[in-house]
Write a protein that binds this ligand. Structure first.
Ligand SMILES: Cc1ncc(COP(=O)(O)O)c(C=O)c1O
Length: 475
């Protein structure tokens, strides 16, 4: 396809090729990339390596659905998953050497971008001292202090290896602290895949239209009450009707696409849980250290009783945590009587990567992340206006909803147009833009991106929307 030029939102004009890569100043870069891709191709030929679809076939023989986590499959957008070989900065690179501008960021952890040199050095230093000791380390204390200094409601943390485990721990702690069993969660929120928290979940459960029941004991399912996000009456009723141990909330819902809380809703959650004697648990696995230094709780000034953290806290390695007041957290063994444990919890490599990441996330970093997000969200909003769509965003998070109506809850998110989203996804992928292959996920902004890449994404989106808008004739 011939190169074309388009006006970017700030009137900067950038030349791009048909595949979305910039021309002009980056011609040299393009040539370099092409030479590199050719080299890779040759190396591959020598090794007789499989192409993407052959590898997928092979993967499906040993991995259910060919993947190790459902959100990686691209079935809902009509494609085989693309196998990634490496990543650097704002890009992921597939096995054929094709580079994609990455708005997934490993679903949130890679806020600094990929293969960040400081994070890599921290991991290498840690690895050279040994990869796991099953014993306490000084860096875990430093990470605990770093988190406590950021999150207004957190005095202590207990680390786990995944957000799922951290949410499970929060549920157990809340039940122990209140002597109650029922959990309340919001439809479309995702708190990991544990039995009690999967009901009406967003993310991959929604993407693949999977019923949340099979394999979950009826008693566990009955212990969870699901209410619509942003619905005060439904929540008040649930708290009145049941002896609720905890209300779990993503303070900015991001697993049904980005759906910020309605005005005053988080304050209401704080007041309602306090009055009913239940605990408020903020699941900040996505929002933590992303939407602000101290997460959504800092942004909205609402302190939960417990906070679930993940993703950024591990800097791209497996780490997560639950945090809260000393009083609550010291219920955990060995300080207290609530058992929780993990062979690799607080793993030295993950802690080093998490600390190296968090230490880079200062006020300037958040200002920049916010500005990049605004540029992307406002550019998409202009396009959305032209195509009868809507955009929602929070700092570092953006969703383009394929619906003319604003999305306030899971029902609204489910009413968006999946086919149109899938066509858009494919058109963006063809243009070298890597988006979440689901209409129920956020685009994750990273600090490795820049204004040019945002504008390149907007130009590709303009083309992709025009090419896939069923209401418009394609020229
Ligand atoms: C808000 C939220 N909570 C919990 C989890 C589960 O975390 P993990 O995938 O590390 O188990 C996720 C994962 O995406 C999430 O987005």
């Amino acid at each position: 396809m011939a190169g074309l030029s388009r006006g970017a939102p700030d009137k900067v004009t950038i030349k791009v090729r048909g595949d979305g890569r910039p021309l002009g100043e980056t011609n040299q870069e393009v040539e370099y990339q092409e030479a590199k891709a050719k080299q890779l191709e040759e190396a591959r030929g020598a090794e007789n390596r499989l192409d993407n679809s052959e590898l997928f076939e092979r993967a499906r023989r040993v991995l259910p659905g060919g993947v190790n986590s459902p959100v990686r499959a691209m079935r809902q957008v009509g494609l085989d998953p693309v196998f990634i070989e490496s990543a650097e900065g704002a890009e992921v690179i597939d096995r054929d050497g094709r580079r994609y501008l990455d708005w997934v960021g490993s679903w949130g952890p890679m806020i600094l971008g990929h293969a960040d040199s400081e994070v890599l050095t921290a991991i290498e230093d840690a690895a050279s001292r040994g990869t796991s000791f099953g014993a306490a380390t000084e860096l875990e204390v430093e990470l605990g202090e770093e988190v406590a200094s950021r999150m207004p409601s957190v005095e202590m943390i207990r680390m786990t290896s995944s957000g799922t485990e951290a949410a499970m721990t929060a549920a157990r702690l809340a039940r122990a602290a209140t002597g109650r069993e029922i959990l309340v969660k919001f439809a479309g929120a995702y708190h990991g895949h544990s039995d009690g928290l999967l009901a009406e979940a967003g993310s991959g459960v929604a993407t693949h239209g999977i019923p949340s029941g099979p394999g979950i004991p009826a008693a566990q399912a009955a212990g969870t009450v699901v209410v619509p996000w942003n619905d005060r009456e439904a929540l008040a009723e649930a708290l009145q009707k049941h002896e609720v141990a905890a209300v779990f909330a993503e303070p900015i819902a991001a697993n049904m696409g980005v759906v910020p809380p309605a005005e005053g809703f988080l304050d209401f959650l704080g007041e309602a849980t306090e009055q009913s004697g239940s605990l408020l648990v903020f699941d900040e696995v996505i929002t933590g250290f992303r939407v602000a230094r101290g997460g959504a709780q800092e942004l909205y000034g609402v302190n939960p009783d417990l906070t679930v953290m993940g993703k950024i806290i591990g800097g791209g390695l497996p780490a997560a945590a639950v945090g809260g007041s000393r009083e609550l957290m010291e219920r955990l063994a060995p300080a207290g009587d609530v058992y929780q444990a993990g062979t690799l919890s607080g793993n030295p490599l993950a802690v080093a990567a998490g600390l190296a990441t968090l230490r880079r996330l200062d006020d300037d970093a958040y200002a920049r992340l916010g500005a990049l997000t605004d540029r992307l969200a406002s550019g998409l909003a202009d396009l959305a206006d032209q195509h009868g769509l809507t955009v929602a965003s929070a700092p570092g998070l953006v969703t383009l909803f394929f619906s003319a109506l604003p999305v306030k809850n899971f029902d609204d998110a489910r009413a968006t147009d999946g086919e149109r989203h899938a066509a858009f996804f494919r058109a963006m992928l063809e243009r070298g833009i890597w988006l979440p292959p689901s209409r129920f996920e956020a685009w994750f902004v990273s600090l490795a991106q820049d204004e040019i890449q945002v504008d390149r994404t907007l130009m590709a989106a303009a083309e992709a929307l025009s090419a896939t808008d069923p209401g418009r004739s394609v020229g």
